[in-house]
Design a protein around this ligand. Structure first.
Ligand SMILES: NC(=O)c1ccc[n+]([C@@H]2O[C@H](COP(=O)([O-])OP(=O)(O)OC[C@H]3O[C@@H](n4cnc5c(N)ncnc54)[C@H](OP(=O)(O)O)[C@@H]3O)[C@@H](O)[C@H]2O)c1
Length: 342
């Protein structure tokens, strides 16, 4: 039997990635455990997580992680069910989370998989969103870096996305006024109505960072105490002058720069000194296990209480992963962008 993977076959030649950078490759499935390595499992992936960081790794540029290898499956997180097992810790049918890549099936050491609980309240896909890496990212940036207090004003960019929607809800739970920034009136409506933010501004409806800053100032009459920055660029330039003395900025992502011809410069770096700001960049995969365990336990508690909401945008079929990925980079998703393969 055969299964499909998606390989990166060329690097983007300009700022934007394109469908030509990817190819579907057909591979042979192991027929039985007899042909598999000792202590390995074969997982049938049910959902693939598409994440903005994948765009950075498609280019051969200096970053915190090595570039995605060419002519190899795109790297990425998946959840799926064990289809064959040579590993004592996992049996056929178990649900697991893994770095399965853009692939319908993945063979890997059993110890590289994490067993997950799936039930009617917690679907498998939640382990790639609110209970997975995006949720832990939101939790770490908000609780450890922004450290919101009741009465603070917190701004969150990419507020309708996987990380931003969770980060804003955590700030609301801490008793803050929470103002989101998102692209388009429909997304802003979702951020307020479904994720419970106090307000959300459509950054695309503002012609300049100055105009956005003026609108944001009206929504943040006491200034801004914490900014969860998912985008960088012009939006960061609009928020910075509104930051109160000693404000905290969790520098989580810079998606405005991932496909830009030139990085957008920081317009007022002097504010870091004059407002005594704490801007902290972080990469969640570098955080120790104890941070992940703390975050996942709290996120699971909030999900079980139905206090924390999440949304998904699901594309069907592995062959559509490149199209869904390019759509994510253009803002086509609300909540977590996934590809379903079952
Ligand atoms: N530091 C870490 O460890 C870590 C971990 C996970 C994610 N991240 C980063 O966190 C950010 C959010 O990730 P996510 O997975 O939750 O993605 P997401 O928010 O679900 O999707 C990305 C969103 O970014 C917005 N966007 C795209 N281009 C933009 C631009 N030029 N200016 C402003 N917004 C733009 C789009 O929303 P709009 O329609 O609202 O524009 C798009 O939907 C990304 O920058 C990602 O790289 C960092």
């Amino acid at each position: 039997m055969k299964f499909r993977q998606i390989h990166l076959v060329s690097r983007p030649s300009g700022p934007a990635a394109s469908l030509d950078n990817f190819a579907v490759v057909s591979c042979a499935l192991p027929a039985s455990t007899a042909t598999m390595a000792k202590n390995s499992v074969l997982v049938r992936n049910a959902y693939l997580s598409l994440d903005p960081y994948m765009r950075m790794r498609m280019s051969d540029v200096k970053s915190y992680a090595a570039p995605q290898p060419l002519n190899a499956p795109m790297l990425g997180g998946t959840v799926g069910q064990v289809a064959l097992s040579n590993f004592d810790g996992l049996k056929v049918g178990d649900w697991v989370k893994l770095q399965g890549g853009w692939a319908e099936y993945t063979e890997l050491p059993g110890k590289a998989c994490t067993k997950i609980t799936v039930n009617k309240d917690v679907p498998a896909s939640a382990h790639l969103s609110v209970l997975g890496m995006p949720g832990v990212t939101a939790f770490y940036g908000m609780r450890h870096l922004i450290r919101p207090k009741a009465g603070d004003t917190v701004v969150v960019s990419a507020a309708a996305g996987a990380v931003g929607s969770c980060a804003g809800q955590l700030a609301k739970l801490a008793g803050c006024r929470v103002v989101g920034l998102a692209g388009g009136a429909d997304k802003c409506a979702v951020v307020v109505r479904d994720f419970g933010f106090d307000a959300c501004l459509d950054y695309k409806a503002h012609a300049t960072p100055k105009e956005l800053q003026e609108s944001l100032a009206r929504e943040c009459p006491s200034g801004v105490d914490g900014y969860f920055d998912n985008v960088g660029g012009d939006v960061l330039n609009a928020v910075m002058p509104l930051l109160n003395p000693f404000a905290r900025v969790a520098v989580c992502g810079a998606i405005a720069n991932y496909q830009a011809a030139k990085p957008v410069p920081l317009l007022q770096p002097n504010l870091i000194l004059t407002s005594r700001l704490q801007l902290t960049g972080f990469i969640i995969s570098e955080q120790p296990k104890k941070v992940w365990d703390e975050a996942q336990a709290e996120l699971e508690r909030l999900v079980a209480q139905r206090t924390l909401k999440w949304k998904e945008t699901v594309e069907h079929g592995l062959e559509n992963a490149p199209k869904a990925f390019l759509s994510l980079l253009r803002g086509g998703n609300v909540g977590k962008q996934l590809v379903a393969m079952l």
